[in-house]
Design a protein around this ligand. Structure first.
Ligand SMILES: Nc1nc2c(ncn2[C@@H]2O[C@H](COP(=O)(O)OP(=O)(O)OP(=O)(O)O)[C@@H](O)[C@H]2O)c(=O)[nH]1
Length: 613
């Protein structure tokens, strides 16, 4: 009875489909079901794939952020200048992989976007008579760097201490004593990447090259992947290269001054060689280097005219000027220069009206005078005096190599007509701190403003200072502004013969919110082969990544095919089974119909009976 009951149910359920599984519909139905099933499976796999991709992307993003943080490179560069030392921390992400681009090096910024740096004064050269204290002098800067570079990165962060003009002015023995003290003590206390030649007194020429690199780098002049810059044809080798026109650089520190600009044609080079023949070897004034990733990269090879003038920095020049002023004063009095311990009162046109400064001046070796300088605030007269000073070659001493800065200044040939120039350090601070005239330079406007300033009574200026009307300046700056401004205009227009109407010069401190410091150029110069290594490393990583992806995509495809085969096999088996069952049912029914009508009746009665009940 149960068996029959079940049979009746199956037969009842299949009855409407019976025709579908028999006759000419059979194949069509099978294929349709299979097609729907396949579409469903594919859709399901696709959606699971895209979900997986999303998950993978999110994972990769998080991993990239983490990696980027971890992969950031750091470098510490200490500029040990004549007036003070300053630590700069630079950071950069891995190289983009585009060989036309350099590393993207930026000064470390704090959470407010301000440059992270620390300064101590006076300069490192103040340790000359106590070299064993050099490490103590440097400690505040080193500790500052150690705090700001992540500890995990110390072991791969290079530390450079590069000293400039203040140290250059010391005898070699004194320089070495200071440097050796640092070389011995730094590795004992810090785990930065450090080797003895990372502490150096760099040449003025190197300083000039580094500053030139820094400004051109920040202006994007080395980026050959964009076409937004004015281009120029470089015609120095057989192959003419077209690339962005670089700018010239002028920099005046406390003790030295540098100039650097690019030579772009054989004609310019020839002219320079011919003019220089009279004075010596032109090679002294040239620097050729390649900033590119590849050693044969002509597009990033540059030829510079670069020179330095030790002694023409604003502070050292002021000492030389004051000495000449005192000597001149003595020549008009009955005192002999060799009369010791005499107190002198000297009028100074290069000081603000009614300002007073007491100082000691060693007029000749062993003969020092106590001098009271009294400001008369005559800026134009001051400028004339300085023009005379730079014409007297001995008024600023020659360096230990008998290279006289004033002679070099007059020999310098600058093609102002074809270049654009940027001025840094004192060339910026003197324009900006008091007079707020930094940026585009206009000689006549500057002269008017500074003449007014210098003939203002010192007590009035002090009052303005107390009222915070000169927020960028300290009292020392207010006092030295007259001399420094006249010194700058004299060097630019009398020394370098820049036309007073020249319009392509601007003083600068930052470019796109990035400080222009020669330390940045030094880092770029010293890391110029890093991009190549970075690219090699990255190519390795990309290749590994790609091969991993290819392997996993093969595995995915194989799995998909396997699943599909299994699914199709199941469907076929199921359909065959279904088909057999239908056939059996039909055969059963036909045997009932054709063999015994009685069975059919027995088969159908229960339904009728049930219904009747
Ligand atoms: N307002 C202002 N003036 C500065 C700053 N740093 C330096 N100066 C002034 O600029 C002068 C030159 O300083 P730097 O440009 O650091 O030159 P330096 O490294 O000491 O000199 P060199 O060794 O000749 O290169 C100093 O005497 C200061 O008067 C600064 O951050 N702000």
């Amino acid at each position: 009875m149960n068996q029959n009951c079940g049979d009746v149910k199956l037969s009842h359920f299949l009855r409407p489909f019976q025709r579908l599984f028999t006759g000419k519909f059979r194949i069509f139905v099978l294929l349709t079901v299979l097609a729907f099933f396949l579409i469903y499976v594919v859709k399901m796999l696709q959606s699971s794939n895209s979900n997986m991709e999303l998950a993978v992307n999110l994972y990769e993003y998080a991993e990239n952020v983490q990696n980027m943080r971890y992969k950031l490179h750091y470098a510490v560069v200490i500029d040990a200048g004549s007036s003070g030392s300053r630590v700069h921390i630079y950071t950069w992400p891995p190289h983009s992989g585009d060989i036309r681009q350099l590393l993207n090096i930026k000064m470390l910024k704090d959470q407010f976007g301000k440059d992270v740096y620390e300064k101590v004064s006076p300069g490192l050269s103040s340790c000359a008579n106590k070299p064993e204290s050099s490490i103590n002098y440097m400690l505040p800067l080193l500790n500052f760097a150690a705090q700001h570079v992540p500890v995990a990165k110390h072991k791969e962060t290079p530390l450079f201490i590069l000293a400039t003009a203040g140290m250059r002015l010391l005898p070699l023995k004194k320089q070495e004593a200071i440097l050796n003290n640092l070389r011995e003590n730094i590795p004992r206390n810090f785990s930065f990447v450090f080797s003895p030649n990372y502490v150096q007194v760099i040449t003025g020429k190197e300083e000039g090259i580094y500053s030139w690199i820094a400004i051109n780098y920040l202006l994007g002049k080395f980026d050959h992947s964009t076409s937004a810059q004015p281009l120029v044809a470089i015609n120095l080798n057989k192959r003419i290269t077209t690339r962005p026109r670089t700018v010239g650089m002028l920099e005046m520190g406390g003790a030295s001054m540098q100039i650097a600009f690019e030579i772009i044609s054989k004609y310019e080079l020839e002219e320079l060689k011919q003019r220089k023949e009279l004075h010596g070897d032109v090679k002294d004034l040239l620097a050729e280097f390649n900033l590119g990733c590849l050693s044969h990269d002509e597009d990033h090879s540059y030829l510079l005219y670069v020179t330095t003038y030790l002694g023409l920095g604003a502070n050292v020049a002021q000492e030389a000027y004051t000495k000449s002023l005192v000597k001149e004063h003595l020549s008009f009095t009955s005192f002999s220069t060799k009369e010791p311990n005499k107190h002198l009162t000297v009028s100074d046109p290069c000081m603000v009206l009614k300002s007073i400064k007491n100082t000691s001046i060693e007029v000749e070796k062993g003969f020092t005078y106590e001098v009271t300088l009294k400001g008369t605030g005559e800026w134009e007269y001051c400028e004339n005096k300085l023009a005379k000073l730079i014409n007297l070659e001995k008024s600023i001493p020659c360096d230990t190599n008998f290279s006289c800065p004033l002679t070099r200044l007059k020999e310098t040939i600058v093609s102002f007509s074809t270049s654009e120039f940027y001025g840094f350090s004192e060339l910026w601070f003197t324009m900006e701190d008091v007079l707020r005239l930094g940026g585009q330079y206009n000689y006549f406007k500057f002269k008017k403003a500074v003449s007014e300033y210098c003939k203002t009574d010192w007590s009035i200026l002090q009052e303005r200072f107390r009222k915070k009307l000169y927020p960028l300046a300290d009292e020392e700056r207010l006092l030295t502004e007259c001399f420094k401004s006249a010194w700058i205009t004299t060097v630019l227009h009398k020394g370098l013969r820049m036309p007073k109407t020249y319009k392509n010069y601007k003083s600068s401190l930052t470019v796109n919110s990035n400080q222009v410091q020669w330390t940045l150029g030094a880092l770029l110069y010293r890391t110029r082969y890093f991009p190549l290594r970075e690219i090699e490393k990255q190519t390795g990583v990309v290749e590994q990544h790609l091969s991993h992806r290819i392997v996993s995509s093969y595995i995915n495809h194989a799995l998909f095919l396997l699943c599909m085969t299994a699914v199709v096999a199941c469907i076929v088996v199921y359909l065959r089974h279904l088909h057999q069952m239908v056939n059996q049912n039909i055969v059963g029914r036909s045997s009932v119909s054709y063999t015994s009508l009685l069975n059919v009746k027995v088969d159908t009665f229960p339904i009728a009976n049930t219904r009747n009940l």
